[in-house]
Design a protein around this ligand. Structure first.
Ligand code: CP
Ligand code: NVA
Length: 320
């Protein structure tokens, strides 16, 4: 069956079939090889791309911008103080205006409902560049990185340690269930994935053979892990929320350090982090220690580079 994603938005991997995700991963690999060979077919020539960022970004913003330039499109950065959306202008109105001028819209912000509204009203593909709930473009880069190091992701055990109900963990859970992986979250009870997401996962796992495992003991969780993944303990927008200091204290036993890496019992386990990483807060090491993130097992910069190739694949697949 040929894969045609033209005109589709990319809001969450829940909307994509395993076959379509496989297509995007294979296209990403091809595009990476082409770039390495210096071949730029300019598949997005004459396209205009809006990049809306309500939160800060290094990788996502740069990946969209460089991907546009590589493929001949024009990226237009719209920071949180540059446009009227959500202040003087409603989301449906902004979406309809942008949809008349742009061929595709990237959105990074807080509420998942905003990216859904943009998709509903703009009439052009909308790509989720991170919300409080989800981060689907990140997961494509993570899966590509796992495959580059360990082969096909199906059946691989990916263990996420830390804030297990944040956007990155949610997105990994969704992707892992779709692709028939074994996804384990190790977190304190209150930071485990929501009941709603667990129920969704149970249904999908039946079809794909995936396994979802929830653990409070990190050393038990990482047994036989192919990849260990962590993210910051406090996500963008949460800094001033009540209970953050207590959350950080509760996550200290979930730090990824060399003892935890050794607990996998495997010699080929890789370490992943979406970045930016907090190695230290000046007093304590935070979610990952310096020796782990700087070790040969750490693939975090390949993973960061892969944001470019995978985001390029998403734009090409949905626009051409
Ligand atoms: N991983 C990631 O999304 O990084 P940025 O916040 O720098 O875009
Ligand atoms: N969970 C992090 C991911 C950053 C890419 C955040 O939302 O800040």
């Amino acid at each position: 069956m040929p894969t045609n994603l033209k005109g589709r938005s990319f809001l969450t991997l829940k909307d994509y079939s395993p076959f379509e995700i496989r297509y995007l991963l294979d296209l990403s690999r091809d595009l990476k090889n082409l770039k390495r060979a210096g071949v730029y077919p300019k598949r997005l020539a004459n396209k205009n791309i809006a990049l809306i960022f309500e939160k800060a970004s290094t990788r996502t913003r740069c990946a969209f911008t460089v991907a546009c330039h590589d493929e001949g499109a024009h990226p237009e950065f719209l920071g949180k103080n540059d446009i009227q959306m959500g202040k003087k202008e409603s989301i449906p109105d902004t979406a309809r205006v942008l949809g008349r001028m742009f061929d595709g819209i990237e959105f990074r912000g807080f509420d998942q409902r905003v990216v859904e509204e943009l998709a509903k009203w703009s009439g052009v593909p909308v790509w989720n560049g991170l919300t409080d709930e989800d981060h689907p473009t990140q997961v494509l880069a993570d899966f590509l990185t796992i495959e580059e190091n360990l082969g096909n992701i199906k059946g691989k055990k990916l263990v996420y340690i830390g804030d297990g109900r944040n956007n990155v963990s949610n997105a990994l859970l969704i992707g892992a269930m779709k692709m028939g992986m074994h996804y384990t979250v190790a977190a304190p009870e209150v930071l485990l994935p929501t009941r709603e997401l667990r129920d969704w996962a149970a249904k999908v796992a039946k079809e794909t053979g995936a396994v979802l495992e929830l653990e409070t003991d990190p050393h038990k969780a990482v047994k036989n892990a192919h990849a260990i993944y962590t993210d910051v303990w406090v996500s963008m927008g949460e800094e001033d929320k009540p209970g953050i200091k207590e959350r950080i204290e509760s996550l200290r036993p979930y730090q990824v350090n060399s003892a935890l890496m050794a607990s996998t019992g495997r010699s080929d386990t890789i370490f992943l982090h979406c970045l930016p990483a907090h190695h230290t807060n000046g007093v304590h090491d935070m979610e990952v220690t310096e020796d782990v993130i700087e070790s040969p097992a750490s693939k975090v910069f390949d993973e960061a580079e892969n944001r470019l190739h995978t985001i390029k694949a998403v734009m090409i697949a949905t626009l051409t």
